[in-house]
Ligand binder design. Sequence first.
Ligand code: ATP
Ligand code: MG
Length: 286
Amino acid sequence: MMVSESGDLQADRSEPGRQAAPIAAERQSVMPRGGEAVAPSEALRVDGVSKSFGLVQALYRVSLSVDHGEVVALVGDNGAGKSTLIKVISGVIVPDEGQLYVNGERVVVRSPNDAAQCGIRTIHQDLALADNLDVVENLYLGRELFRGVGPLRRLDFAAMRQRTAAALLELGIGTISNIRTPMAQLSGGQRQTVAVARATLENCPILLFDEPTASLGLKEARHVIELVQRLRAQGTAILIITHNMRQVFEVADRIVVLHLGKVGAVLRPSSTTPEVVVRAIMGKAP
Ligand SMILES: Nc1ncnc2c1ncn2[C@@H]1O[C@H](COP(=O)(O)OP(=O)(O)OP(=O)(O)O)[C@@H](O)[C@H]1O
Ligand SMILES: [Mg+2]
């Protein structure tokens, strides 16, 4: 597992049978919760996560899991705790209690960098993009491409520009005419597509989307949903927050409903209706 000697991110050594073994082998045998075996396909598990901000209990003992090749929609009313949960998983917020497991192995995620090392990438609702940099620089911020070795090592601007253009093309984005445009000059929807492109550029095994289509036009939103479906087909585990019930029923394999910081219901689109989901969002019984 991704263990940094600095101690930022460590597999939990207190659990029995936890050796430095390849993840694939670990997944078969890990038994992290009271002897309950983890399914080999489980990519992410959140277990009993709580977080309060002063008197506001944003999350209370929230548990959920996402398998490889599965899309889980996280829904709930405004203030239900959805973004807080995404921030906990992505290391932006440290929870008051609770654990995270990646591929069945317990991980301690205390920063976005820890999350990245666990293969978790996030598109936050409040997009973290650098306004003074252009589209290409934002896509590759912190993971620039280089060419050459030793003293001849240089930033590979041509490759970064070419891959940026290809990524935007794949997302069907025709509205950004120049990839050298500074972010500050882009519209809200254009910024969001850049954020989606950034998160999908690497083949990350776990992707978290906090309302990725909220400020997109119809065409762009469709492309993002198609992208989510393509990534799922490639085996990516995806947790997606959306208020759009049509999208929920179009892409989700499971729906987790948060109500006042707690998991109110877990539903399958194939065996429920939008009305039932909306009732659960409001905290009502089906
Ligand atoms: N940094 C913070 N400081 C104080 N309170 C916060 C903070 N972040 C979130 N909260 C509170 O925690 C609760 C959950 O907020 P959160 O942003 O997770 O909701 P959400 O489900 O994402 O809502 P929305 O659908 O409106 O995005 C809210 O009551 C919110 O005011
Ligand atoms: Mg939110």
